[in-house]
Ligand binder design. Structure first.
Ligand code: MN
Length: 564
């Protein structure tokens, strides 16, 4: 048995999950010809190395069990509890999803994240993907390209977004040769010498840099050099006319210090001796990247007319940059290590201790444990859901959206003619609440008109917009069909005392009610305009009104219109 595995008690879910998986995958081999169990063990080991909790490790062991053997999710739930089953379920759902022919990467990233409301799902998935990429050579060329594409477009960006820079870069570098074999070979040939040359140069700079820090009494935790990853270098070259000379961070120096103050002091000390290049300094400590990355970056002129990039950060920032959100999960591990302090005390390496320290600080900001764990169950897209069309396109809708919202999203005519919907193959009412991952088909009927009633339940602004315009159109048509309700007279006159009274008595004499009366003076012409509105009366009466009003002294002009 693997050594790391033996650190878990025999009755732990980790050990039980291992036995279960071993049994379930018995007599099954991978494409490499090795026993299948190698894969879940490798994934579980990664998850263990990231210090995730026991439920995650157990789920890693079981992640291919439901799909590949006769075991059901129910069975897993019975044996390992709801939590493990929940993670396995998320992983199975992710596998079942097909990416379609013209996938929109950003939408799929969102879909993947929405399948993974419990972050542990995505972390185990990333471990699974890393191991699959490491063993990709055994797949067919078509499969290789497909998986490599997904890795670069979907999983590496997700890892990056979660702050796991190291993993993100690793995934990309593993995919690179499968995606762009010629470019990869070219880069390897071209860059190899450059790398070595730069590496030697960086080695020479290290003691000089240490000396600078000594002057300001800073003892760095470490000064080392890091080579740029191939895939990210390739992308940078594409932006820089493939000229390697324009890339200054081919090999960058990394200084790790103890405090934030020391970061800035280190920067000052470096700039004092090596002039910074204008516009190249970046303060990600004051303004972290959206994924939480913190560091100071500067590019300076170094001896011999060379240019070197230097990154400065604290050890906490460094751990976060390497492991991102996974670092925060290690909390569970601390809890365990307390119970097992004696047997574990000597085993932990320095890095693990660092993590413990970092996590203790992190944990302090949470009132109690439950808050802490809840905070890790990030709902990435609380307000959005992602559903799939029969053609496997991913549609992004507001939470609570219905088949009608979906239909209008596809096309206004599909929305207008929508008569029903099938969700995951089952017929549902059109006000059915959709959920992420649902496969939605709309049933239409030619000539069918949308119902005003739909406004009651639709959620998307697009559906609302169409439905309102349809309703407005209908209102207009109805009004047009109705007989006019009122007649409005406009009477231009010389405003004189008693005029208004004579006008109103014309209506009173004909036994017509006035429903609106207004008199306005036109300041320029000293004319007055009287507006009278009355119910729509017969033509004969209208004629009488006109004759009578015209005969009143002072009347200049009379006009009328029907109003609906
Ligand atoms: Mn797998």
């Amino acid at each position: 048995m693997n050594q790391w595995l033996s650190t878990y008690p025999e009755n732990s879910i980790v050990r039980k999950a291992y036995s279960f998986a071993e049994d379930a995958h018995r007599n099954v081999t991978r494409d490499s010809g090795e026993p299948y169990i190698i894969h879940p063990v490798a994934v579980a080991k990664l998850v263990h190395d990231w210090h995730l909790d026991e439920s995650s490790i157990a789920a890693a062991f079981l992640h291919d069990v439901v799909e590949d053997s006769g075991h059901s999710l129910k069975e897993i739930e019975k044996q390992f509890g709801e939590e493990v089953a929940g993670i396995v379920n998320g992983l199975t759902k992710l596998k079942e999803f097909k990416y379609g022919e013209n996938p929109d990467a950003e939408n799929i990233r969102k879909l993947v994240l929405s399948f993974s409301k419990d972050l542990r799902v995505i972390l185990v998935k990333l471990a699974d993907r890393l191991h699959n990429m490491q063993t990709l050579t055994f797949k067919s060329t078509t499969k290789q390209k497909e998986i490599a594409w997904e890795t670069v477009e979907i999983y590496a960006p997700i890892a990056y977004r979660l702050g796991m820079q190291k993993l993100s870069g690793e995934l990309e570098d593993l995919a690179f040769p499968y995606l762009y074999p010629d470019e990869y070979r070219w880069l390897m040939d071209t860059v190899k010498e450059k790398y070595e040359e730069r590496e030697v140069y960086a080695e020479k700079l290290k003691p000089v840099l240490r000396k600078m820090l000594e002057e300001v009494h800073i003892v760095p935790v470490s000064v080392d050099s890091r080579a740029k990853r191939y895939y990210s270098l390739y992308r940078k070259l594409l932006r820089n006319d493939m000229e390697l000379e324009k890339i200054y961070d081919l090999v960058a120096l990394r200084v790790i210090v103890t405090t934030v103050e020391e970061c800035y002091a280190t920067l000052g000390a470096i700039h004092k001796h090596w002039a910074p290049l204008p516009g190249k300094f970046k303060d990600y400590v004051a303004v972290p990247k959206p994924n939480g990355y913190r560091s100071l970056h500067t590019t300076v002129s170094t001896p011999g007319g060379k240019i070197t990039e230097i990154q400065i950060r604290t050890k906490e920032m460094h751990e976060e940059a390497e492991f991102g959100i996974a670092a925060h999960w290690a909390y569970e591990q601390i809890k365990d290590s307390r119970a097992k302090k004696d047997s574990w005390g000597g085993v932990r390496n320095k890095k693990e201790l660092l993590w413990v320290e970092q996590l203790r600080n992190w944990q302090k900001s949470f009132a109690d444990q439950k808050d802490f764990l809840d905070s890790l169950k990030v709902d990435f897209f609380k307000e959005r859901i992602f559903v799939v069309t029969p053609k496997n396109d991913v549609i992004d809708l507001p939470a609570g959206a219905t088949p009608v919202d979906f239909a209008y999203h596809i096309h206004s005519e599909i929305g207008n003619q929508c008569v029903g919907a099938r969700v995951n193959g089952k017929i549902v009412p059109i006000d059915y609440e959709l959920h992420s991952g649902d496969l939605v088909e709309i049933m239409t009927q030619k000539g069918k008109k949308p119902s005003e009633d739909w406004l009651r339940f639709v959620k998307s602004s697009m559906a609302k917009k169409y439905l309102r315009s349809v309703t407005r159109e209908k209102d207009r048509k109805i009004k047009k069909a109705l007989p006019p309700q009122h007649i409005e007279f406009k009477i231009v006159n010389l405003d004189r005392p008693g005029y208004l009274k004579e006008i109103t008595s014309v209506f009173a004499d004909l036994k017509i009610n006035i429903v609106f009366l207004n008199s306005q003076i036109d300041p320029r012409f000293t004319y007055s305009i009287v507006t009278v509105r009355c119910p729509a009366v017969q033509q004969e009466k209208v004629r009488k009104i006109l004759v009578k009003v015209k005969s009143i002294p002072g009347t200049n002009e009379v006009s009328f219109k029907y109003i609906r």
